[in-house]
Write a protein that binds this ligand. Structure first.
Ligand code: CA
Length: 228
């Protein structure tokens, strides 16, 4: 677990930005504020961060765009989006852009700390290799090797790890949401997020193997292919 995490906080509302930075510092982390999308973009690519927190609505460059750029530049970067309450489209756009998690404003401080802590723990739970049929997943380097190599995100590795640990059975979407995404409550948006994520992960794996690694079991969930 990262004890003192470097966290970039891109949020244009001064009270929320200050509140977040104070809270993260209080919990032993090292937050750096960015006041708008332009400053956020500069800082996020300027140095390495354990976590980047992005507000969606930002002056100059919006958070979804930043998320997409950051994910393209650093596939393993932990990214948390701050979305407006009830803004389902923003949540879906955030997941589409590659964020690891989101929290809706207004959020309670304990809720935010719990999400940040869970995300940091997942990011640091690395350092082993996972063999799935013809594919070797390097969970530290965040790559899958087979016929070539493809970069994975932290969440990709977690999804594969969870499916591999339970390879004898079908894993329901709800279970992936609670065990991998860390969501206690499951609704429609989040179930779609799992499906979108698996679809992207399959595309990545298809670059290094012809084997269909993840099998969909209609109405039940996902499992690693029984052929492996
Ligand atoms: Ca904003």
């Amino acid at each position: 677990m990262t004890l003192r995490a470097s966290i970039l906080v891109v949020e244009d509302e001064p009270a929320i930005r200050r509140g977040l930075c104070d809270l993260l510092a209080f919990h032993g982390h090292a937050p750096t504020p960015a006041v708008d999308g332009a400053e956020g973009r500069r800082l996020m690519l300027d140095q390495a961060w354990d976590l980047v927190i992005l507000d969606v609505m930002l002056p100059h460059v919006d958070g979804i765009t930043l998320c997409r750029e950051l994910r393209a530049a650093r596939s393993g970067q932990a990214i948390l989006m701050l979305t407006a309450k009830g803004a389902e489209a923003d949540i879906l756009a955030g997941f589409e852009a590659g964020c690891d998690d989101y929290i809706s404003k207004p959020f309670s401080l304990p809720q935010l700390v719990a999400r940040v802590t869970a995300l940091l723990r997942r990011v640091s739970a690395a350092g082993q290799r996972l063999q799935i049929g013809p594919v070797e997943v390097d969970t530290a380097a965040l790559v899958a090797r087979g016929d070539g190599e493809v970069e994975l995100s932290t969440r990709d590795v977690e999804v594969l790890g969870h499916l591999a640990r339970h390879r004898e059975r079908v894993v329901p979407r709800k279970e992936l949401l609670s065990e991998v995404w860390g969501f206690a409550r499951v609704d429609r948006v989040e179930t779609r997020a799992v499906d979108m994520h698996i679809a992207k992960l399959r595309k990545k794996l298809a670059e290094v193997t012809e084997v269909d690694v993840i099998e969909t079991v209609r109405g039940a969930g996902y499992r690693l292919s029984r052929e492996l």
